[in-house]
Structure formats: structure tokens, C-alpha cells
Design a binder for this molecule. Structure first.
Ligand code: BG6
Length: 491
């Protein structure tokens, strides 16, 4: 059982809280993972009474919590019982973050209890300063408290450093949990298990045997209700600077000496520090920036990005990025790492594809496709190894086949959502899956030349049709090295 807690969610009526945080906490509660006296306090500007707030969360749970599998009557009754227990944990605190006296009242209500306090900043970075100062001035930054910072952590290297300086003026870095929900995904954990719980792959996991690595996070959704936020952010800041770089680090890092937070984060940091710095040439040739125009998603017409609600007409914010980089160390020198993300893509999928080198000599007439290890994070969770095999019948005709490891088949039962796992980690005080300050800083430092070059250059992003795989130029990126994106190989 976890210890008693007060979780204060700033932005507690916002999209992320309703869509992700309450559903995750609710499911953890149903599994008996929350302390019976644990409280969840939403802090937001709106004036709402507790009942209206609970009704709002109740509706969000209806919409966003996956239905009980099989919908058996007993399971449903258990969920209903859990719902009333969960709603009883919720309180609402109306707060104007610019009014310091209101933090004093918050402190009073927290002081009455013997519990650990966690502040979750589920707000835009523009509000970080007021909240952190408010907490500090009210003396809410005791050594016992933890603070969770939701991405984006700043807009560029300078603003991220300013936020880190501000938060570290009030809290120790060990109290700060910088969240990147991709690190909480089950298959990302499995990538660690696959790499460091087995000996099979390690001898192959290097420049001698790996030809290239592709990491893709493709989404079919557009900007939904977040047009205004997204238009000021773009795919590079929203997905590359954090999710894609974290996946790259987990894929490429050296084996840590233990699973403790700093051993893992030290190794991730080394990868970030080894990323090939950008040059004028690589900025021009190794990165493709796109924006979706009108198209069709599974036969349904989809509007152009620039006509989405909240997006400025004529906006040149990118909704797609593909890039090629390298990791300058002995393990990886010379191996291309391709990173790619986009909205309104042909399919929703997040995967890491490791392509191995072709056999040095072939004794067969059939062409040999390189072996490929595909680790899929979503929509399915599986690992698939593509190998060559003899097709039945006369002669030696070889065909590509695959060995599949489907985690759902092996591990039955409900999967923890990424936010659920990470929130439980915060309650337990386990920071392994959260970004340390130096990691966040290093990721921004590598990204900054890209942002600067786009700003100076002023060239609009390339256009791609909604429902496609992005601008044609992204295929040229892989073709330069004689390869292709995974889906282009038709397997
Ligand atoms: C968020 C981004 O961090 O991740 C969103 O801000 C994106 O733009 C989302 O849609 C994707 O997360 P997931 O878990 O649905 O792949």
C-alpha cells in the first residue's frame, strides 16, 4: 500500500487532467494502489463547488476510462463501488495563481493532514513562475514535497533553463519529477527488459551489425481542441525534443550498472551528449519539416492544418518532422538514426525498428532482406523479428517471415496506462522514469540549432496530404543511405 498523500493538480480542470490524470488515478484506485486517505485536490481559476467538480470528473471518467473487458456484472459493480470512493477523494480549490495569499489558504488546508504533498503542474509553462513562487513564498516547498512538471518544459533552451533555475531555487532536483509519458509506456519498459534482461541481442547491438535505426511516432489525430497551444509549439518541440529523444536514449544507451534512477539517467545523458551536433549541411539535408494540407483519413475528408480551430491562417508551424542523426561513440559511430513524427498520418503507430546488416555473402538466388527487429509500442505492444526462411516446395526460394512476441498473449490482464504508472512512481518516490535537469537541458541544447535555423530561414514547411506518410522529401532522407522507411518496404 502506498503512503498517505495530498496530490494537488494545478490545471485540475484542464484537458490533460480530465483525459489522462483522473482516469489513471481512478484505475490505480480500483486496483487498491492508492492510500485510503489519499486526497486529490484540483486547483484552478474557475469557481466551482465540489459537487460540480466531481460531476465533471465523473463525466470524464465515463468518456476516457476504457470499459471493463467483457463488461461482466461483477466487474461493473466493483467499478461502481470504486467510483464513489474515488470521487470522495476529490476536492476543488479555486485559486488565482497570481494572488500569493491564496497559496496561504492552500497551505492551511494541507497542514491539517499528516501526508506527503505532491504538486502537479498540469498547466502551460507561462504559469510555472507564478505557481512556483507562490509555493515558495507560502512555505509549501518543504523537503517532503514533490513537484511534477508536465511538458513542454519551456519553449527553447533559454526558457527551459529559466524554468529549471526557478524550480531549483525552491526545490532540490531530487524533488522534481519532469514527466514524459512515453517513458511510462509498457513497451518502453520492455525495451529495457529485452536489452538488459537477455544476452541474445547485446553482441549485435552496435555498429558492426546494425545498419540503421528508425524511430517513428505517427498519429492519425490532428490538433483536436489544442489548436492554439499546438500552433505555438509544433511537432519538433511537442514530440522530438522529448518523446523521440527519450526513445532514442533507451534504444541506444549503454547498460547501466543498476536500475536505480541515476544509473539509468546517467546513461541516457551520455547518449544525448554524443548526438552529432548540427552543421549548416546537416540542417539543410538531414531534416524535413512538413505541415498537413486537406486530405482524407480512412475515406473521411480531413481539413488542412491551417483551417483547424485555434490555428492562425497562413501558419507555418510544422505538424511533421523527420530527421537523420548519428551517435558519436564507439558503439554507434556511422549508424544512421532516423526519427520521425507527424499528425494526420496514414496510420497510428509508434515503433522502433532496428535493421541489421545484410549477410556478407549470399549462396542463394533469392534476394535477402536484412533482418529487422521491430518493437511496437502502439497500437499493439509487440516485438517482431523478421528473418529469411525457405519457402516450401522445390528449389531454394527464400522468403521473409517473422517471429512474433505479442505481450498481450503472454501477459493477460489489464495494462497500466503510462500516466498511471508514472503517477504511482511519483507517489512512491521513484524517479527512474523522469527526466533529470541535465537531461532536459542537453535535449534542448541539441535541438536549439534546428529551431534557430528554421527561424532564420523562414522557409515554410513542406506540404503533405492528411492521411499520407508525410512529405515526399522524407523518403529521400532514407534513400540517401540506400534504405527506406519501414512501411515503404511493404512488410
Ligand atoms: C503528447 C503531445 O505529449 O503526446 C500530443 O503533446 C500527442 O500532441 C501525444 O498527441 C501522443 O501521446 P500518445 O500516448 O497518444 O502517443
Amino acid at each position: 500500500m502506498e503512503s498517505n498523500f495530498d496530490l494537488v493538480i494545478f490545471g485540475g480542470t484542464g484537458d490533460l487532467a480530465l483525459r489522462k490524470l483522473y482516469p489513471a488515478l481512478f484505475l490505480a484506485d480500483c486496483d487498491g494502489r492508492l492510500h485510503p486517505q489519499g486526497r486529490i485536490i484540483a486547483a484552478a481559476r474557475q469557481t466551482l463547488d465540489a459537487d460540480a467538480f466531481r460531476a465533471k470528473v465523473g463525466e470524464a471518467l465515463q468518456r476516457f476510462v476504457p470499459k471493463v473487458s467483457g463488461d461482466s456484472a461483477a466487474a461493473q459493480t466493483a467499478r461502481d463501488a470504486c467510483l464513489s470512493r474515488f470521487l470522495d477523494r476529490l476536492t476543488y480549490f479555486s485559486l488565482d495563481v497570481n494572488d500569493g495569499t491564496q497559496f496561504q489558504s492552500l497551505k492551511k488546508s494541507l497542514d491539517e493532514r499528516d501526508s506527503k504533498t505532491i504538486f502537479y503542474l498540469s498547466v502551460g509553462p507561462a504559469l510555472f513562475t507564478a505557481i512556483i513562487n507562490g509555493l515558495k513564498l507560502a512555505g509549501l516547498n518543504t523537503a517532503e514535497t514533490r513537484i511534477v512538471l508536465e511538458k513542454p518544459l519551456g519553449h527553447d533552451l533559454a526558457s527551459s533553463r529559466a524554468i529549471n533555475a526557478l524550480v531549483l531555487d525552491a526545490f532540490a532536483d531530487s524533488q522534481v519529477y519532469r514527466i514524459d509519458h512515453y517513458l511510462g509506456k509498457e513497451t518502453v519498459q520492455n525495451l529495457l527488459a529485452l536489452r538488459f534482461g537477455n544476452t541474445l541481442l547485446e553482441p549485435l547491438w552496435n555498429r558492426t551489425w546494425v545498419r540503421d535505426v528508425q524511430i517513428t511516432i505517427a498519429e492519425t489525430v490532428g490538433v483536436e481542441t489544442r489548436g492554439e497551444f499546438y500552433d505555438g509549439t509544433g511537432a519538433f518541440r511537442d514530440m522530438v525534443q522529448n518523446h523521440l529523444l527519450n526513445l532514442l536514449c533507451i534504444t541506444a544507451m549503454e547498460p547501466p550498472s543498476s536500475h536505480d534512477p541515476d544509473s539509468v539517467r546517467d546513461e541516457k545523458l551520455r547518449v544525448l551528449r554524443s548526438l552529432k551536433p548540427w552543421s549548416q549541411d546537416t540542417l539543410r539535408e538531414n531534416i524535413v519539416r512538413g505541415q498537413y494540407r486537406a486530405g482524407s483519413m480512412a475515406g473521411v475528408p480531413a481539413v488542412a492544418y491551417t483551417t483547424e480551430e485555434g490555428v492562425a491562417a497562413g501558419s507555418d508551424t510544422e505538424t511533421y518532422v523527420a530527421l537523420r542523426t548519428e551517435i558519436l561513440n564507439w558503439r554507434w559511430a556511422g549508424v544512421p538514426f532516423y526519427l520521425r513524427t507527424g499528425k494526420r498520418m496514414a496510420e497510428r503507430k509508434a515503433e522502433v525498428v532496428i535493421s541489421f546488416k545484410s549477410p556478407p555473402h549470399s549462396i542463394f538466388d533469392s534476394p535477402l532482406a536484412p533482418n529487422r527487429l521491430v518493437i511496437t509500442l502502439q497500437p499493439e505492444e509487440n516485438v517482431r523479428l523478421y528473418t529469411m526462411a525457405k519457402a516450401p516446395g522445390d528449389g531454394m526460394r527464400l522468403r521473409e517471415v517473422h517471429l512474433d512476441l505479442d505481450f498481450k498473449e503472454f501477459f493477460l490482464g489489464r495494462r497500466q496506462d503510462a500516466y498511471e504508472r508514472l503517477l504511482l512512481d511519483v507517489l512512491r518516490g521513484n524517479a527512474t522514469l523522469f527526466m533529470r535537469r541535465d537531461e532536459a537541458d542537453e535535449a534542448w541544447r541539441w535541438c536549439q540549432p534546428v529551431l534557430d535555423s528554421w527561424e532564420q530561414d523562414g522557409t515554410p514547411p513542406l506540404s503533405y496530404a492528411a492521411g499520407s506518410w508525410g512529405p515526399a522529401a522524407s523518403s529521400r532522407l532514407t534513400a540517401m543511405a540506400g534504405t527506406a522507411w519501414h512501411e515503404e518496404l511493404g512488410i
